[in-house]
Design a protein around this ligand. Structure first.
Ligand code: PMP
Length: 347
């Protein structure tokens, strides 16, 4: 973490040590300069490899930070059960980090997400409850977590409204992006990220703006199911982890530039291309993010420094369309892109 803070009365030295050990396994991820051609013309975008975190996703940062802050603010006791409603990666992150800190964990999630997600959460001994569309899906999962908390002995991270979610990304993800670019003599001109809770786009945006007030910060969502531009759930999509059923409280659209869209089939093909042409075996939202980054790079011109993230790897998607032949449709950006290679920027 960028900052050292004073110990709180609620954070024992033993637990503080566990947090410090966990921070060595979360964050400080590599960044890659991805080289590609678009319609035969060379270009580059920068991607932060969040699959390098402890449980292999972007969500470890906020899970660890929220629990740390909860101890610092005396909002959690070591005996509390951590209960969270999630579309998957958050559940995996809280299961691993909660267990490492000695907590019982209960995860509530919609029943239509990939089987790998539930299997991984169960493998760590967390309790899991699946909610059908009829039972209220995502919003029903959140409602149930609040009901369970009413009995006491529970800590609710509330990732959709907890400002520490965005702050985790401001202080770690964004901070690291600034430093890694700085080492190359660069400053970000634009950042784009798919919005689940919006913690990533809000937090990284705030960090990048400190060095370049003119930086463009774009949220991304699926073209088939645009929540941010409509305010509610529309249609369905296959980019697991983004565009849930509402605009999260921590998202402030006034702070952001225009919403960028990625088609889910295009995102699948882009993720497959990253895997097949570069060996970067990533999940579907990473494909969507790279589509967003290449779109912005084309818009802003050759010299522009455009940054995005690879949110997780492909292992949680081996039972999904990510490993099937995806039909190519007219207008897909992935049809015009070929990857040439990458150059790592490590800290
Ligand atoms: N991609 C994946 C695979 C995710 O699990 C998430 C988190 N739900 C995101 C992107 C979006 O991250 P955030 O919640 O910070 O908006």
């Amino acid at each position: 973490m960028a900052e050292q803070e004073l110990l709180s009365a609620c954070l024992s030295p033993a637990l503080d040590k566990r947090f410090k050990h966990l921070w060595r396994l979360v964050g400080n991820t590599p960044m890659l300069e991805l080289q590609y051609t678009y319609k035969g013309k060379p270009g580059r975008v920068f991607v932060k490899c969040e699959n390098y975190n402890l449980t292999g996703s972007i969500k470890d940062r906020m899970a660890l930070y929220i629990l740390y802050k909860a101890y610092m603010n005396c909002q959690i006791r070591p005996t509390d059960v951590v209960i969270e409603a999630t579309s998957g990666n958050t559940g995996i992150a809280f299961s691993a980090i909660g267990k490492a800190l000695g907590h019982q964990v209960k995860i509530i999630m919609p029943n239509w997400l990939s089987k790998e997600r539930t299997d991984i959460i169960r493998s760590m001994g967390a309790d899991i409850q699946l909610i059908s569309k009829e039972e209220g899906g995502f919003l029903g999962s959140i409602r149930l977590s609040e009901e369970l908390a009413a009995a006491g002995g529970v800590f609710l991270p509330r990732q959709f409204e907890n400002q520490y979610n965005a702050e985790a990304h401001e202080k770690t993800t964004g901070y690291e992006i600034v430093k890694q670019l700085e080492e190359q003599g660069l400053i970000a001109d634009a950042f784009v990220a798919g919005v689940g809770t919006g913690g990533t786009v809000m937090g990284v945006g705030r960090s990048l703006r400190k060095v370049n007030p003119a930086v463009r910060v774009h949220p991304l969502e699926p073209a088939e199911s645009p929540t941010l531009t409509t305010g509610h759930k529309v249609g369905s999509h296959r980019i697991q982890g983004i565009s849930d059923e509402f605009i999260p409280a921590i998202v402030n659209l006034d702070e952001l530039d225009r919403v960028v869209c990625a088609n889910d089939g295009d995102s699948i093909i882009m993720a497959q291309k990253l895997s097949r042409q570069l060996g970067l075996a990533v999940g579907i939202s990473s494909g969507a993010n790279v589509i967003g980054a290449i779109k912005l790079q084309q818009e802003l011109g050759d010299g522009a420094v455009v940054v995005t993230l690879l949110c997780d790897d492909n292992k949680k998607y081996l039972s999904t369309d990510l490993v099937k032949d995806e039909p190519v449709k007219p207008g897909y950006l992935s049809s015009d892109v070929d990857f040439l290679g990458f150059q790592p920027i490590c800290r």
